[in-house]
Design a protein around this ligand. Structure first.
Ligand SMILES: C[S@@+](CC[C@H](N)C(=O)[O-])C[C@H]1O[C@@H](n2cnc3c(N)ncnc32)[C@H](O)[C@@H]1O
Length: 399
């Protein structure tokens, strides 16, 4: 059978990612001298020579760098076109603050934006991985349809039910493992998910297709979490034609969600300090070893406290000498890494869209008409993609 409507866009992205594979498949934090540096020494030196002001200017939108790099990577700028997405946002359906007490402000607005972009809502709804049910309550208010929220976390469901009662929202929440292979949902429902992580939203898609759900709408996030396999596997027949090197480990694809558009400046500072200290700590040893992620609270202490924490984690006793040189070295290494990451981060959004376009193709192959685009501004959440699919009675399944 032939290609479905979304195939051409997926294929353009696949070719572009293939053409630039060396630049996103090496991780600067692990490989301070990436393999591509040998073939592109001038590009490497140019990046390392960027001053702090340029670094901060490019960090929020790394593809803006593409124009400066045309002499080395003439096709990089084409990525800007490939990540242009339709604007699916509608009028916000956010609950008024008076009906949303206890709901974090950003969550209230995200749920309102997603709901607004899905209207009209004309059938009963399921909120997949509903947490405390904030989206469920928003969907209910905007549609007056019956809404059932599913989440496996009993404490969250309990908290959500108490909140529904207190606020007068008539929504049912149920404790349910959505990965349960025996799960069957009532027919004729519209299944919706806001930020259900990797394997959880893929389950919604696959289960929804299997049950021929009339409408499936989700905003995906954290693609590598709850992964069914260690490596990426296409969900669609068409994306199985990818030119990218496989196996493609999920650990590499974590790049797709390494965006901190909503991180407060304080969190960014804390994260940088912990990264520099980690590098400084490792500089005291001939080789790196496994070390857990440091708790954010450690960032308000000093390098010695970090060393004590890392020693306890790794059953080592780092000598008290050379600490200040090690800390300085950590900061120097971080400066190099952040500059090399600028180039790698050009591929974050393209990789995310490449992943989601595979989902779109799978839905099209199953006879759905799809819309893929953004439901809100990235400042509200960088995970702002929405895939909305309606089962068409007239389009046969392409299996
Ligand atoms: C990132 S949160 C999103 C929650 C909510 N949709 C929101 O936007 O606030 C992911 C949710 O998935 C739930 N979850 C994780 N694994 C699950 C499973 N196997 N079955 C059902 N829910 C699950 C978690 O308890 C959590 O509430």
């Amino acid at each position: 059978m032939g290609a479905t409507p979304g195939f051409a866009a997926w294929q353009r992205l696949d070719h572009w990612l293939k053409a630039h594979e060396p630049f996103w498949s090496s991780v600067p934090f692990n490989e301070p001298e990436p393999a591509w540096a040998k073939n592109h020494p001038e590009l490497y030196q140019w990046l390392l020579a960027l001053d702090d002001a340029s670094l901060s200017q490019f960090q929020p939108a790394p593809l803006a760098l593409a124009e400066s790099l045309t002499s080395w990577l003439p096709d990089l700028a084409a990525g800007v076109e490939l990540i242009q997405m339709d604007d699916l946002s509608g009028e916000s359906a956010a609950l008024p603050e008076s009906a949303a007490s206890g709901m974090p402000g950003r969550k209230r607005l995200q749920a309102g934006a997603l709901t607004g972009s899905l209207k009209p809502l004309d059938r009963p709804l399921v909120d997949w991985c509903c947490g405390a049910g904030h989206l469920a309550a928003t969907l209910h208010q905007a549609s007056e349809q019956s809404v059932t929220g599913l989440d496996w976390d009993a404490a969250l469901v309990h908290k959500g039910l108490a909140w529904m009662q207190q606020q007068g929202h008539g929504v049912a929440l149920k404790q349910q493992d959505v990965l349960d292979p025996l799960l069957v949902l009532p027919q004729a429902h519209h299944w919706v998910a806001l930020h259900a992580c990797g394997g959880l939203h893929r389950r919604l898609l696959q289960q929804g297709i299997a049950q021929q759900a009339p409408r499936l709408s989700f905003s995906p996030c954290c693609y590598s979490l709850f992964a069914e396999t260690p490596d990426w596997q296409p969900l669609s027949r068409q994306a199985a034609q990818t030119q990218l090197q496989r196996p493609l480990p999920w650990s590499l694809l974590r790049l797709a969600v390494q965006q901190t558009a909503t991180a407060a400046a304080r969190q960014t500072r804390q994260r940088r300090r912990l990264r520099a200290w980690r590098l400084g700590y490792f500089s005291l040893y001939p080789a790196r070893f496994a070390l857990a992620s440091a708790p954010a609270s450690l960032a308000s202490e000093d390098f010695n406290a970090f060393v004590a924490w890392a020693d306890a984690q790794s059953a080592r006793q780092t000598p008290a000498t050379h600490r200040s040189q090690a800390e300085a070295q950590g900061w120097q290494q971080l400066a190099r890494i952040e500059r090399l990451e600028l180039l790698r981060h050009c591929f974050r959004r393209p990789l995310e869209i490449w992943l989601v376009r595979d989902y779109q193709l799978a839905l099209e192959e199953a006879g759905y008409i799809t819309r893929l685009g953004c439901f809100c501004d990235p400042q509200l959440t960088p995970r702002n993609l929405l895939l909305d699919a309606i089962k068409s009675p007239s389009i046969p399944c392409h299996d």
